[in-house]
Design a protein around this ligand. Structure first.
Ligand code: FAD
Length: 271
């Protein structure tokens, strides 16, 4: 942290899976690279009554291999299975993904959808930033140049929660053209409570789709409710247009993925 504070041109490197391509394309030219691998204490996964805490150096593979997480946070576990290829999952880290803030990356999407919090430290102190405020645009975050991400905190996941995760990518391992994470709890009458629908890939940053969540809240999740939520989601996203897909295609894709995710959620409880 002292090195980072002393040199404004310094950059942290964790798994290198995003930074090395950035350096290779000469999109950044740091004066100093600070390797996080030997920094102690940032590589643990804590599962407790207060939820799941992922240290910044936790790799995708650590999440995949952790036998507690399919029960403690099935949405997180499922999302990591969509990240890149095995080789990338073997090196890429939680902190690197959050700091890089690719709008199509899975973990920022999960962090926002689940109302996670990101803990950061600098030479002068520590603070916690809600994930909903952390991502400010494509590859842009609230993180200051002298700060290090130390942890992602995800709130507890109720055992009976219903959830679904759907993505579409052109090839396996590619970043998704769009992805939807959805979940809700059920009241005694079987109506949806606390619904969340988050999107990646179809907006400039990961975000929740409040209009679609409203269509679910307090309702039975049947075909009619699902169709209304899908329409609302497509209406509020602001998809990018790039060489992979145009905005209209991504908007239609969002509707389809919301529908699929909610159908899966209606059939799947967490435990
Ligand atoms: C071919 C390919 C396909 C991929 N597909 C996907 C995909 O489908 N989904 C997906 O989510 N990701 C994908 N990725 C990205 C991959 O998951 C990256 O590993 C991840 O985004 C960055 O993690 P890292 O540890 O490698 O970070 P690095 O590359 O080491 O660093 C990335 C950035 O984060 C900063 N940083 C790193 N750690 C910290 C920290 N603790 N605090 C503050 N700043 C920090 C660095 O300074 C740098 O700016 C893909 C990558 C490749 C090369």
């Amino acid at each position: 942290m002292i090195l980072l504070a002393a040199d404004p041109g310094a950059k942290l490197i964790a798994g290198g899976q995003s930074l090395v391509p950035v350096l290779a394309f000469r999109l950044a030219a740091p004066s100093l690279l600070i390797d996080l691998r030997r920094v102690p204490g940032l590589d643990t996964i804590v599962v407790g009554d207060d939820g799941v805490r992922l240290g910044a150096k936790v790799r995708w593979r650590d999440i995949e291999d952790d036998l507690r997480l399919p029960g403690a946070h099935p949405l997180l576990h499922a999302a990591v299975g969509h990240v890149g290829h095995y080789q990338i999952r073997n090196r890429g880290t939680v902190g690197g993904s959050l700091a890089h803030a690719d709008p199509a990356a899975e973990l920022p999407g999960i962090a926002v959808t689940c109302a996670g919090e990101i803990a950061v430290s600098s030479a002068v102190g520590q603070r916690t930033v809600p994930a909903s405020e952390f991502f400010t645009g494509p590859l842009t975050t609230e993180l200051r140049s002298d700060e290090v991400i130390t942890e992602l905190r995800l709130p507890p996941w109720p055992a009976a929660r219903r959830w679904g995760l759907e993505e579409f990518a052109l090839r396996q391992g590619d970043f998704a053209l769009a992805g939807i994470a959805a979940f809700y709890d059920e009241d005694a009458q079987g109506r949806a409570r606390n619904p969340r629908i988050g999107v990646i890939g179809a907006c400039s940053r990961p975000q929740r789709l409040a209009a679609a969540e409203t269509e679910l809240d307090g309702r039975t999740v049947d075909a009619r409710t699902i169709a209304a939520a899908a329409r609302a989601a497509a209406a509020v996203v602001d998809p990018p247009q790039d060489l992979h897909a145009d905005a209209q295609y991504r908007r239609a894709l969002v509707a389809t993925l919301v529908e699929r995710a909610l159908r899966a959620a209606a059939q799947r409880r967490s435990a």
